[in-house]
Design a protein around this ligand. Structure first.
Ligand code: CA
Length: 415
């Protein structure tokens, strides 16, 4: 696979996130209301305007709305038809160039919204290095991986209501915390606020009963970068025995651009080695893992950006399709617009860890940030996730997934 050249010059930049091969989907507001747009180079093409002008005909108007859920619901044939038509309109030499060009908007000045309406949000824990690191810190090296971990992708039902788009500030939460040596819990702003580097899979087709891994793969519409903000001090006190709750409920930031599954097809990767075989219903269905490079950049207030971690989605132990298939085993229905977080994606080395908890090893070994020691997030910090599949002479990127930490409110329960 090589770059498909576009008449939009900036789309042919080999370092850009949005070549014609990508066709990432966002919701933007050029000034008169949010609608569906497609990233092409440093521009956004107004998909609603293409429909209105008869340049894109998928049947009912799918793009003149502030979310991509209607295209998702239209199904895989519509997804393929959409990509084929957009490719034809934007490729070099397209006869429609003069009719499409008026509907391009500069990406840099556009307001971007959540690209889809999140039906429900589930977060998994499918990164082995992350699970091992956290388990070692919380329970000791002997009990690092729970007994179930190599058999099922562990997850919990999260909140769709707090999923926000990149650029939305995130306020440091209050919560109940208790350090092991404290005699009693107290209510305080989180002092161990953190990020988690994850990949989010978007369910584009519904299910009503158990689905196979292969069927689950076909249900996935696309992917976003996902930061599962986490208050470690709240988490450590609340998590047993039902798992995370308020520690993860403040906010989840996703990238403004959905990369459709088809754009990542050339970057499929083999599953990891498995020391114990999975039960047949969760067995690897083929190449449903992807090779996507990931990075985390932390910028302190008044400081300079530093890349503090680099890793790859190949470090996941369970693919998004395996996570989704497991999610349905009980008969749990899945809905169009469900968001499935992968869990933190850490690699094997200290500079490939996808959370401050791991990078600073629970605060014991702070990293160096702009020449100062740093264990967790401080007010004014901006965390930016980035990711791209790297092809020959082009890349498929997600755009930045960022958020800045605001100070905690005054005590919301103060008399
Ligand atoms: Ca998580």
């Amino acid at each position: 696979m090589s770059m498909i050249r576009s008449w939009v010059d900036s789309a042919n930049d080999p370092e850009g996130d949005f070549p014609l091969n990508n066709l990432a989907l966002g919701v933007f507001d050029p000034g008169d209301g949010p609608r569906c747009g497609v990233a092409i180079g440093d521009r956004i093409v107004d998909a609603a305007a293409l429909e209105a002008n008869g340049l894109l005909d998928l049947g009912p108007r799918l793009c003149d709305r502030p979310c991509w859920n209607a295209l998702m619901a239209a199904g895989p044939k519509a997804w393929d038809a959409f990509r084929a038509r957009m490719t034809a309109l934007l490729r070099e030499g397209a006869p429609e160039q003069a009719r499409v060009a008026p509907h391009l908007h500069p990406m840099g000045s556009a307001t971007l919204h959540l690209p889809f309406t999140v039906a429900e949000f589930t977060d998994f824990y499918a990164g082995r290095h992350h699970a091992t690191n956290v388990g070692t810190m919380f329970r000791g090296a002997e009990n690092a991986l729970p007994a179930n971990w190599l058999h099922i992708p562990i997850g919990y039902n999260g909140r769709a209501s707090s999923v926000v788009v990149s650029g939305t500030p995130v306020r440091r939460p209050w919560g109940q915390v208790k350090a092991p040596d404290d005699s009693a819990p107290r209510f305080a702003p989180s002092a161990r606020f953190d990020f988690e580097l994850e990949l989010g899979a978007i369910v584009g087709q519904p299910s009503t009963g158990p689905v196979s891994v292969a069927q689950a793969q076909d249900m996935i519409f696309g992917y976003v970068l996902l930061n599962d903000w986490s208050a470690r001090d709240i988490q450590a006190w609340e998590y047993q025995p039902l798992g995370p709750f308020q520690s993860k409920a403040t906010a989840t930031t996703i990238s403004p651009w959905i990369v459709m599954r088809a754009a990542l097809d050339p970057f499929r990767a083999a599953p990891p080695d498995r020391e114990v075989p999975l039960l047949p219903h969760l067995s690897d269905a083929g190449r449903d893992f992807h090779d996507i490079t990931l990075a985390v950049t932390l910028t302190p207030e008044h400081g300079t950006p530093e890349t503090i971690a680099r890793t790859n989605t190949r470090e996941l132990y369970y693919s998004p399709a395996q996570q989704l298939a497991h999610h349905t085993t009980s008969g749990c229905p899945m809905r169009v617009g469900d968001l499935i977080g992968s869990g933190t994606i850490s690699g094997p080395t200290p500079d490939s860890r996808g959370s401050m908890l791991e990078l600073s090893w629970g605060g014991q070994t702070p990293i160096d940030l702009n020449g100062a020691p740093r264990a967790f997030l401080e007010n004014g910090d901006t965390v930016t996730l980035s990711g791209a599949a790297i092809g020959e002479g082009y890349r498929i990127g997600f755009g930045p997934c960022g958020g800045t930490i605001l100070p905690a409110r005054q005590n919301p329960y103060a008399p």
